[in-house]
Design a protein around this ligand. Structure first.
Ligand code: C2E
Ligand code: CA
Ligand code: CA
Ligand code: CA
Length: 278
């Protein structure tokens, strides 16, 4: 047993050491990723369940690493948040998404573009000016930008977050609470925050029709949205049954593989045209 324990310990140390070296390497690679044009955005359509129209798209970041291949954002974004590089990366995302949005007008109906804003970005003093500058540079009306923020953004400094989001809202940008229900949800901030949208996290949608708790949680979020006059959007909708349930229950918007995976810009254009012809 002692021998085993010893081996186990060595293995443990070795793997931690490996992990640290991997992480250092990952950070180094990430620092180069922007300059080396390894980042790009994909766009996932957001659908109005009543009108069956595409009303917008969420921009999602992709990193094509030269040797590792596609690195998932759930893996590298926490690293970028921890070392602060998310500030620069996030600004690039915003620029890129606005550049794209400026080129998209589908038969005269411009789409709204939703961009994920990290809590670390929201903490920056210049963030509001940076966002408004970006819109101006790309000549995008503020009403066409939506920012998706998570509940963690409100936690570190509530009054600072409130002040910044109010300025953004006042300019005409809409704010969605992302991953709603997964964090330290508090109804207090919903009252204070100038938010317009609640986004039901995909973890509640996956088993929506098989797990009673998930059904109740989704129902609760939809009802909460109704009573607070917030639009509710369901993420991770994968089946016709889920779409039907949500739409009957009064959820206004949805996105998910059932409609489309996140797409490259040209595929996104094809998708929207095809979807509206149906
Ligand atoms: P999120 O904001 O909650 O985004 C939703 C995730 O669900 C995306 O994963 C999307 O591709 C995935 N998804 C969409 N529809 C379905 C579906 O029907 N089924 C399933 N199983 N998954 C679906 P992705 O693109 O891997 O992004 C993961 C997370 O990384 C995002 O979660 C977000 O937190 C973060 N992220 C992505 N891009 C950015 C960015 O530009 N900035 C920041 N700060 N975070 C980002
Ligand atoms: Ca999101
Ligand atoms: Ca989510
Ligand atoms: Ca998330």
């Amino acid at each position: 047993a002692k021998q085993n324990g010893h081996n186990h310990f060595q293995f443990y140390v070795a793997s931690i050491d490996q992990e640290i070296r991997d992480r250092k390497q990952l950070e180094k690679d990430l620092a180069q990723a922007l300059a080396n044009h390894q980042l790009h955005l994909v766009y996932q359509p957001q659908i109005n369940l009543e009108s069956k129209r595409v009303i917008g798209a969420e921009a999602l970041l992709r990193w094509e690493h030269p040797t590792r291949g596609l690195v998932p954002p759930d893996f590298f974004i926490p690293v970028a948040e921890a070392n602060g590089s998310i500030v620069e990366i996030g600004q690039w995302v915003l620029d890129q998404a606005c550049w794209q949005a400026a080129r998209w007008a589908f038969g005269g109906t411009p789409l709204r573009i939703a961009v994920n804003l990290s809590a670390v970005q929201l903490r920056q003093d210049s963030i509001v000016d940076d966002i408004l500058d970006t819109l101006r540079r790309h000549k995008i009306p503020a009403g066409r930008l939506e920012l998706e923020v998570t509940e963690t953004s409100f936690m570190t400094n509530l009054s600072d977050a409130v002040a910044k989001l109010r300025r953004l809202r006042k300019a005409g940008i809409s704010i969605a609470v992302d991953d709603f229900g997964t964090g330290y949800s508090s109804l207090t901030y919903l009252k204070q925050m100038p938010v317009q949208h609640l986004k039901i996290d995909k973890q509640f949608i996956r088993d929506l029709l098989v797990n009673e708790e998930d059904t109740r949680i989704a129902n609760t979020i939809i009802d909460l949205g109704k009573s607070l006059n917030l639009t509710v959007i369901a993420e991770g909708v994968e089946t016709a049954e889920q779409e039907y349930y949500l739409s009957q229950r009064g959820c206004q918007l949805a996105q998910g593989y059932y409609f489309s995976k996140p797409l490259l810009p040209s595929d996104f254009e094809t998708f929207v045209k095809g979807f509206h012809e149906k």
